[in-house]
Design a protein around this ligand. Structure first.
Ligand code: AR6
Length: 180
């Protein structure tokens, strides 16, 4: 499923984000950039050790929640990995929505700053960090659509969703963003 926004494309795809061939792939990282399970584990497994070496050299202090940093993509079919740190879900009263928006927004800014024409993003925070999928999908898509209003790049923002339930939640949210 895809939709045009201001001449650029937001697309939904079900699958494994490490197989993407976009210029940038976004990782669902933690603030220590220490690696872990889920998307993070898959990216480091498939991308090789140079990704961790690069993030350790460049960002020894890690990355704050609600932001992102950029590194080499190692052996992945991308130019860059962008490590985005979404919030842990605590019920919604601890600024989670702004932090999630910030993680997506900073990832898109980094992609634009590095001349990326395409970016693949996962459903940040919806796995180990427990963010409710429907709400996360609305924030992800609203942030992407908003970004495309004022930026020429990336021309393609692709959300790569791991399973059918995540895909359906993003599809419903994309309909409502489109109608805004
Ligand atoms: N491709 C696309 N989506 C995936 C993949 C994949 N290969 N694997 C999982 N997902 P998570 P978080 C989905 O847990 O919630 C790590 O340990 C998954 O179904 O990867 O932000 C980090 O080191 C879910 O919908 O990220 C952090 O400590 C979504 O991606 C922490 O987990 C995000 O799940 C980050 O937790």
């Amino acid at each position: 499923m895809q939709t045009q926004f201001h001449g650029k494309t937001i697309e939904l795809r079900q699958g494994d984000i490490t197989a993407e061939q976009t210029d940038a792939i976004v990782n669902a990282a933690n603030s220590r950039l220490a690696g872990g399970g889920g998307v993070d584990g898959a990216i480091h497994r498939r991308g090789g050790l140079t990704i961790m070496r690069d993030t350790r050299d460049r960002y020894p202090a890690g990355c704050p929640t609600g932001s992102a940093v950029i590194s080499t993509a190692g052996e992945l079919n991308a130019k860059y990995v962008i490590h985005a740190v979404g919030p842990v879900w605590h019920g919604g009263g601890r600024g989670e929505s702004e932090l999630l928006r910030g993680a997506f927004r900073r990832s898109l800014e980094l992609a634009a700053e590095h001349g990326c024409r395409s970016i693949a993003m996962p459903a940040l925070s919806t796995g180990a960090y427990g963010y409710p999928m429907d709400e996360a999908a609305r924030i992800a898509l609203a942030t992407a659509a908003e970004f495309l209003k004022t930026h020429d790049q990336p021309e393609l923002i692709r959300f790569v969703l791991f399973d059918g339930a995540a895909y359906d939640a993003f599809a419903a949210a994309l309909e409502s963003v489109r109608d805004d």
